[in-house]
Design a protein around this ligand. Sequence first.
Ligand SMILES: [Zn+2]
Length: 231
Amino acid sequence: MMSKHDSIAALLERADDFQYFGRLLLSRDPVYNLVPKDRIPELIALANDEGIRKAKEIRARYPDADAAGIAEMFDVKIEYSDDKNTMFGVVIHCEYHNKLRRIRIYRRSLKKLRTLIEEYALGDGAVLKQVFIAHEFYHFLEDLNANAFLDAYKVTTLRLGPIKNDSTIAALSEIAAQAFAKELTGVGYYPCLLDEINMRRSGPPVPVARQASNLFGHLIFRIPYKDEDDQ
Ligand SMILES: [Zn+2]
């Protein structure tokens, strides 16, 4: 059997593999089973490209600013919180509130994930704050564009006679936000790598009402693992 450390080593080898991390994110989406299997690699690639394209666009406009500086130029507030960073068993590292035009970052997440960056020699831990801001800033940009990208790829969740309900695939937005944050900050790994490492270290995921995270809009890394504080 693969040990925890073997599986973390395997993750680290794939740190730059957007298809791998994209599929992990997509497989946790409530509508995953409705996505045609043969279209999955293509949709992941489209979402990834979209994130990179937006990051390059922003970088060209603001060549010297970090993510915090860029957010500031768009009048997006950044707030740091010492509150508990779990909700219904889902760890929240940061979130974007569109009505308040505010990004909130949880210090507990920064602290926790920075120790992983150091332990696995993934580079400068200080960049994590910028990664969080960049990820949420992508969601702000999405709102500006009325989620045009997401609206282009919907799945049908209900068909009942003449009634038909279509849903966007939220994970595509997360994949794009990951790619955006990676490109804008220049980190060498997909940020959700840190969550995957964390999950493998903290044991099997706890069951979670996956849909719950959708109630709160954009939550980074919707991951059902237990936070130490929760146990
Ligand atoms: Zn997100």
